[in-house]
Each structure stands twice: as C-alpha cells, then as structure tokens.
Design a protein around this ligand. Structure first.
Ligand code: ACO
Length: 353
C-alpha cells in the first residue's frame, strides 16, 4: 500500500478524524463546539491535560504561558543572527533545537514549547525580543507582528486567528504527528520530537499547502480568468494546493468554518475580489474533479486578510499544531513500543560482484 493509505498505525485517545458520526473531535469535543465555546489556550489545555479548563484553571494556564514567553539570552543572540532571508520554518526548527541545548527537557518543557514558538518567530522577524503583555496567543501574535501597534487589533482579527489556531491544533496520525511519534518511540527528548515534526510539516503536501494556496489565489487578477486557469492547470496535471485530503472523502469539516471567517474578513478589509476568486477555484475543483477544499485553502485567505505575511502561514500552523504533537508525544511515551515497520524489498536478488 503506497503512502500507508488506509493503514491503522496505532491507537489514540486524542482525536477522531473523519469518523462518520463524530466528525473531527478533540478528546470527544466536536471542533465546531470548541470554536464556538473555547479559545486556543483552553484547547491546548484540553489536548495536553485531557480536560477543558474551568475558568480559574484557564486563567492560571494563560498566566503561566505568558510567564514562559521568555527567551534565554543565547537564543535571543542566535535569532538576531539568523538572516531575514531565512525560511521562517527553518527559524522555528533551529530555535526549538537551540532551546533544547540551552534548557534540556524537564516537565516544564511542554508548556514552555507551547508558549515560546510565537516568541521565536516574532523575535527573529522584528530583530528584538517581542514582549507584549497580551493574554492570548492570537493577540500576542497580532500585536507582535507590528511592534509599534498602539491600538488593540480588530476583534474579528483576534477571533479569526484564534479559531484558526483551534482548527489547526490536532489531526490524529497526519505526517508530522506520526513523525513526532516515531521520534518519541525511540525514547528521544521532546525537542527532538518537535524538530522532527516541524521538518515534516514544512513540505507543500502538508503544512506548506496554505502558502501555496495563497499564491494560487493571487495568480488571478479577475474572477473571470479563474475557471479557464484552473482547468488549464488540471489539464497539465498540476496539483491545486489547498484541495484534497487523504482521510476526508466528503469534505474537510474545518473548511466551512474558515470559509465563513474568510468571507467576513474579506468584506471587512475590502478584499471581496480575492474571496470571489477563491470561491470560483472551489466551484471549478468541484465541477471538474469532485475535490473539496481542505483547511489550508480558506485559512490562507483568512491570514492574508488579517495582514499576515504569506511566509508566516505554515509557521502559524506550527504555533497551533505543537499542542497536538506534544499530546501525541505524551501518549506515545505512556504506552511506548518502538515504531519500526518492515519494508517490502523490491531490489535485485542476492548477487556477486
Ligand atoms: N489537485 C489536483 N488533483 C488532485 C488534488 C489536488 N489538490 N488532490 C488529489 N488530486 C487527484 C490526484 O491527482 C489523483 O488523481 P488520479 O487518480 O487521476 O491520479 C486523485 O485526486 C487522488 O489523489 P492522491 O494524490 O492519490 O490522494 P492522496 O490521498 O495521496 O493525497 C493530498 C492527499 C496529498 C492531500 C493531495 O490531495 C494533495 O496533494 N493536495 C494538495 C496539497 C494540499 O492541499 N495539502 C494539504 C493537506 S491538508 C493539511 O495539511 C491541513
């Protein structure tokens, strides 16, 4: 079976993906319920501590994450030395690796990793440590993108970014999570598990698709060019990024939620034309291939309307998915067995020189 498609590779109690009756759930809660009733930090708590926090628990957890948004001096020096031309995914991977050298794993490392990724990213971007006192990850990120911002960001921006962080947080045995579990299964340290996962997420068939989806939408100047353009790409056997999914056959349940946010944001910031272009891409993919958009497609438009640079789209996926990766590392360690499958040998018969 190529790509292990359809193979059940282990047990998990963290999420269900594509199960007919349940849809996408984190620890039994449907993602639509979580987007409506929780924020990203409470979802992180749910994934890592196996319960939705009570208000006081959430308050304490958010304060803890805020207190952990501190960079060791040598990591700050390293981030300032990384050129602005670097790929931000490489910055995150290197930042996590350096943190593992400076602060070898302790029980605190789990929360520290959740808190520190946006700090690594924004500090490199701004060339100085970003120390704003925003409570939520979404607001910390939005303020940190523009250190000189004095006004609170638009509540719709915060809501949309927070919702997208919830939706990206966890997705069972996707490639990066499975990679993290393989590393965990060798009893390696948590930083090695996370650098493995970041490297795996970077590719355009996985996390990198949201950036490619934005480039695709921006290829078109006018909505009336879109249908013919997509048909041409399909006839050239090109992949349309942000479409298709290994597990979801009847559509990605996260997509309608981000599509609605993309519609609201595009109206708010006057980018209705981009939304119209995206919808025609969606309709053409349905007519031509019967393939649905995945989470990455309309998330790209959400981030673009908020003003986030395209090269930060996949890093934002990391800022969120770190919670799922860590939950899986904890789960793997709790009942560990080395993950080491077999290969089907297709090389030459034994031979002599
Ligand atoms: N554009 C055009 N054709 C597609 C697409 C697409 N996005 N997705 C699938 N197809 C076609 C394939 O070409 C193939 O056609 P064929 O049978 O004529 O050869 C058929 O649909 C089946 O596709 P597979 O590649 O076999 O499906 P697989 O399960 O291996 O791939 C994947 C899933 C990698 C997500 C694929 O749909 C894809 O490459 N999509 C684009 C990248 C993308 O959006 N990735 C994000 C994944 S979700 C996430 O990370 C949040």
């Amino acid at each position: 079976m190529t790509g292990l498609a359809g193979i059940i590779a282990g047990d998990t109690a963290i999420s269900t993906v594509g199960k007919e009756s349940a849809g996408l759930t984190y620890r039994g809660y449907n993602i639509t319920y979580l987007v409506d009733h929780a924020n990203f930090e409470s979802v992180a708590y749910l994934l890592l501590y196996n319960k939705l926090p009570a208000p006081e628990e959430l308050n304490l957890y958010q304060k803890k994450l805020m207190s952990l948004r501190r960079l060791p001096e040598k990591l700050l020096i390293l981030l300032k030395a990384i050129p602005q031309t670097a790929n931000p995914m490489d910055v995150l991977r290197t930042g996590v690796s350096m943190l593992g050298i400076l602060e070898p794993e302790t029980p605190e490392s789990i929360d520290k990793l959740v808190a520190i990724l946006p700090v690594i990213l924004l500090t490199w971007y701004q060339g100085q440590e970003v120390t704003n006192a925003q409570i939520t990850t979404a607001d910390y990120f939005l303020y940190g993108l523009n250190e000189l911002r004095v006004k609170p960001s638009d509540p719709l921006f915060s809501k949309a970014l927070d919702a997208s962080l919830i939706l990206y947080a966890e997705h069972e045995f996707n490639a990066s999570t499975f990679a993290a579990r393989i590393t965990a299964s060798t009893l390696s340290d948590v930083y090695s598990c996370i650098t493995t996962a970041i490297g795996t997420l970077r590719g355009p068939l996985h996390g990198g698709a949201n950036e490619e989806a934005m480039k695709l939408i921006q290829q078109f100047d006018e909505p009336d060019q879109v249908e013919a353009g997509i048909k041409r790409m399909l006839s050239e056997k090109k992949l349309i990024m942000g479409f298709g999914h290994r597990v979801y056959i009847n559509g990605d349940p996260r997509s309608p939620i981000v599509k609605d946010l993309a519609r609201q944001l595009s109206e708010k910031v006057g980018k209705q034309k981009l939304f119209a272009i995206a919808e025609i891409i969606e309709n053409t993919m349905w007519t031509e291939k019967k393939i649905y958009p995945n989470l990455d497609f309309y998330s790209a438009l959400v981030y673009h309307c908020i003003g986030i640079p395209t090269s930060f789209f996949t890093p934002l996926f990391v800022v969120s998915r770190i919670t799922g990766w860590l939950a899986h590392v904890i789960e793997q360690r709790s009942n560990n067995k080395l993950i080491r499958p077999l290969a089907n040998y297709i090389g030459p018969e034994p031979r002599q020189i």
